[in-house]
Design a protein around this ligand. Sequence first.
Ligand code: OVM
Length: 399
Amino acid sequence: MNETANMPVLDIDPYATENLLDPYPMHERMREAGPVVRLAPYPTVVACARHEQVHAVFNDHATFISGAGVGLTNFNLETPFRPKSLILEADPPLHTQTRAVLSRILSPKAVMQIRATFTAVAEKLVERCVEKGTICGIHDLAQIYPLKVFPDAVGVGDDGRDNLLVYGDLVFNSMGPRNALLARSAERMGPVTEWIMSNCQREHLRPGGFGDQIYQAADAGEITHEQAPLLVRSFLSAGVDTTINGLGNALFALAHHPEQYAKLHADASLARPAFEEALRWESTAQTFYRTAVRDCEIAGVPVAENTKVLCMLAAANRDPRKWPDPDRYDIERRPSGHVAFGAGIHGCVGQAVARLEGEVVLTALARRVKRIEPAGQHTRRLNNTLRALDTLPLRLIPA
Ligand code: OVM
């Protein structure tokens, strides 16, 4: 380890296959090296892996902006791969306006209104899985569920929804370097982008759905009509792959911690905290970046203007400075303060919907299934940003 300007330099590539497969040893090295470190392969980046600094960066949106992109690419220097998101990749005052609209559409009241439907679909799907007995936790459950309920709520038609999976993979790969993972998902991009943008048009969205409500906000003058399709695109970008993998990771956690599943089975009201703890234990979005708008400091260490700041959410969520016994998956932990949804003004605007999905699926499982056992080797789907499973063989033993 050498040092430049108080900063340890680690020879670590977060996007190397071994680190994507098993990020936890890398997280520990980064946390222990210092509050802010450099990574030899990415000289324009500084990285924070401790909870305190990740939280501090997210809560200083005036210094650490999102408008230059929340991936490795600095949009001040390179063209984004798609028109910038009007919420994810925006700063106040634009962000304030668009966020207000999405925030209202995804409010607790809206979530109350979708709850019954989301619950019924979860119960039906879990019933089908129980009848099968042995399932793929991803293809038979974690993927099917969000792909049904969320586009339904947005108001997207049934045909071609697999495009949402390809698009999500691409969006989250695009936040890393131009490596083979990005190249492979970009190859599939042409027709997918067309499908996505077409489904963002008002005439393709069910009246009254989340998508149509964005156009209603445009009618009311809160945003412009030109902005509306791009805001629908945010639903389709952020609302599917994230919840699929949140659910998949939660199933993985429960299958590998039978004593925790036993507690959930004994008390289904633990479904929500069990999902929350899974988000802490294995954060779906592993990383987001900010960009320093001026010369500044992180933990007293100088950071130059235009530096990309890599926030390691998943590492912060297992920081022993914040969490006792952080590697333990404990559904009774109540991990408030985790940063799996980010923090500050950009904290996930859809988190109430994500939590609803986790809660109702795990509740249905808890009631209907006595034990969940691994039924073979799982496989990972590597992505530059997401912690994702490709397959998860499980045996469900009915109650
Ligand atoms: C967006 C967007 C895309 C990906 C993720 C996300 C986590 C937002 O297009 O606004 O939030």
